[in-house]
Design a protein around this ligand. Structure first.
Ligand SMILES: [Zn+2]
Length: 226
C-alpha cells in the first residue's frame, strides 16, 4: 500500500518537474535537439541569407526606409511558410525575435507598431493575420502598443504571379486608415512578412502619411524578387 502512495507521489513530482522544465528544445526547422537558448540550430540558421542593408521603397518622389531580415529563400522562406500556412507560431516567434534584434541594432524608434491588413475574406480563410502576429510579438517585447491603423478596402488579386507594374496597379487604393483612429504625428513601425516590389507596404505607408503620421518605417521578415 505504502509503495502505491510513493509511486503516486513520484508520478506527481515528475509532472511538476515536467511543467517547470518543459521547454521546446528542438530546432523549429529540422527538429534536432538544441542545447542552449533559441529556436533554431546553427545549421538551419546558416541557411538564412541575412540582408544587412536598409533600402528605400520609393514611388513618385515619396520614399520610406525599409529593413528586411533576410532574402526570401532557404531557412527564412521555410519559417514564413510555416507561420503563414501551417499556423506554426513558434516559427513566427523565431522570425519576430530576429526582427526585435534588428530594431535594437538599428535603434529604430517608433510610438506604435502596425501591420499590413488582410481582406475579411482572406482573414476568414486563414483564421489569423501572420503580419499581425509578428507585429504583436514585437510590440509585446518592446513595450509598444499594437494598433490596427489600416484596413483593406478592395479585395485585390493575389500579388503572386504579377509583374512589378501590375503589382503597383493592383494595390492602388486598396488600403485605407480606419476612420476613428488618430495617426497624427505618430511615428509608426509597419510590419509585413514578405516585401517584393514594396507596392503593398508603400500604399499602406502612404495612406498613413496622408492622414498625418509623422514617420513610417517598414520592417519585413524577408525580401523577395518578383
Ligand atoms: Zn535545425
Amino acid at each position: 500500500m505504502g509503495n502505491g502512495i510513493v509511486k503516486n507521489l513520484r508520478f506527481l513530482w515528475d509532472c511538476v518537474l515536467q511543467v517547470i522544465y518543459s521547454t521546446d528544445e528542438n530546432c523549429v526547422l529540422c527538429g534536432q535537439d538544441l542545447f542552449g537558448e533559441g529556436f533554431m540550430c546553427n545549421d538551419c540558421e546558416e541557411r538564412i541569407r541575412f540582408c544587412e542593408d536598409a533600402f528605400q521603397v520609393e514611388r513618385h518622389g515619396t520614399s520610406f526606409n525599409c529593413y528586411s531580415i533576410s532574402y526570401y529563400s532557404g531557412g527564412m522562406m521555410e519559417l514564413v511558410l510555416m507561420l503563414k500556412y501551417k499556423s506554426n507560431f513558434r516559427a513566427g516567434e523565431t522570425i519576430a525575435n530576429y526582427m526585435i534584434k534588428r530594431i535594437e541594432k538599428e535603434k529604430i524608434e517608433f510610438d506604435a507598431v502596425t501591420y499590413i491588413p488582410m481582406s475579411k475574406k482572406s482573414l476568414k480563410k486563414r483564421g489569423y493575420n501572420q503580419s499581425k502576429y509578428l507585429a504583436k510579438t514585437i510590440g509585446d517585447a518592446l513595450n509598444k502598443p499594437l494598433v490596427s491603423y489600416l484596413c483593406k478596402i478592395k479585395d485585390t488579386k493575389d500579388q503572386i504571379g504579377l509583374s512589378g507594374n501590375e503589382r503597383w496597379n493592383n494595390v492602388q487604393e486598396s488600403f485605407d486608415v480606419i476612420d476613428k483612429i488618430n495617426v497624427k504625428n505618430k511615428n509608426i513601425l509597419l510590419v509585413d512578412d514578405v516585401i517584393t516590389t514594396g507596392a503593398t507596404a508603400f500604399s499602406c505607408a502612404d495612406q498613413l502619411m496622408k492622414k498625418g503620421a509623422k514617420k513610417i518605417t517598414i520592417l519585413t521578415a524577408a525580401k523577395s524578387k518578383v
